[in-house]
Design a protein around this ligand. Structure first.
Ligand SMILES: [Zn+2]
Length: 303
């Protein structure tokens, strides 16, 4: 079977499937192809060759890329950044100021991810490598990035999933790159899975980030997990409904004495039932488990 890495979203925007751990349609990156091409997110370290193949499918050479914008420093969004930069001599990394230290020195990030996912899964994800500090520009609450050809992106801080997360509106198009401010909707599952991982998930911040994105009135959401959504209000509403629902469900399971493994199992069963399937694919179970871990961690600090 021939793999297709790039899908055209609109005139200037392409979805690149990073084939995370060999799995299609789970982790997307997006290319904004103006005079100064910008790559938003880039997948796991182990996906960096897939990203390069996606770029070549749309006629962008690594040396053409001017901006590499990891929406946040989690491994599925920024893991490949250092590896790609080695091939992209003209690219500048743009990231939220709270994420920059982890891009320059990923050691704590690797430790934290290893605690969450374990050594075996980490080996599949691959390890990020440090990004030279002189190639990173930090952004704060709001900024604008000129991509040439009359295209610009507004970058906004959207904490809650992670404190170092930004989302990006492509001005004049209605297309919004949400990052993980909205839940996971895998194309072959019918339901939304909240994305609430440790160590910094914060439900109140997440809800206010969702509201601020909603107020930008996007027509189209470009979601990392996964794909183009033409019903933004539905995705925002589902996210804001399901996150508190999961927090309360996990809270009551903890009260009944359940621990991580049992709670993850139960939540996976719930997601499977909502999707009308008897069993979830492994990548969805990994997502559910990470989200349950994040909620347990949050509740341990905010009982
Ligand atoms: Zn993610």
């Amino acid at each position: 079977m021939v793999r297709l890495y790039a899908t055209k979203v609109s005139d200037r925007v392409y979805l690149l499937d990073t084939f995370a751990v060999g799995q299609e349609e789970t982790v997307a990156a997006y290319l904004i192809k103006g005079q100064k091409p910008a790559l938003v997110d880039c997948g796991y370290a182990s996906s960096h060759q897939s990203v390069l193949l996606g770029l070549s499918e749309v006629g962008v050479k690594p040396s053409d890329v001017r901006y590499l914008i990891p929406t946040h420093v989690h491994l599925d969004h920024a893991g490949a950044a250092g590896h790609l930069l080695r091939e992209m001599p003209n690219a500048e990394v743009i990231a939220h100021e709270r994420g920059v230290p982890h891009l320059v020195d990923p050691s704590r990030l690797i430790e934290s991810a290893t605690r969450v996912f374990g050594e075996a899964i980490m080996a599949l994800y691959g390890r990020p490598i440090p990004i030279p500090p002189d190639r990173v520009t930090a952004v704060g609450e709001e900024s604008s990035l000129d991509l040439g050809d009359g295209i610009s992106a507004s970058l906004v801080h959207t904490p809650g999933h992670a404190p170092h997360q930004i989302s990006a509106m492509i001005e004049g198009t209605g297309a919004l790159l949400t990052a993980d401010a909205v839940g996971i909707t895998y194309p072959n599952l019918k339901t939304l899975i909240p994305t609430t991982p440790p160590p910094s998930f914060d439900p109140a911040l997440l809800a206010s980030s969702v509201d601020s994105l909603r107020r930008m009135s996007p027509k189209q959401l470009l979601v990392p997990h996964y794909g183009v959504k033409n019903d933004p209000d539905q995705v925002f509403a589902d996210t804001n409904r399901k996150v508190p629902e999961w927090v309360e469900t996990v809270r009551s399971m903890i009260k009944r004495g359940m621990v991580l493994d049992d709670i993850s199992e139960k939540m996976s069963e719930k997601v499977a039932a909502e999707s009308g399937t008897s069993d979830l694919p492994i990548y969805a179970k990994v997502s559910v488990r990470a989200s349950v871990m994040g909620i347990i961690h949050y509740l341990s600090k905010n009982p």
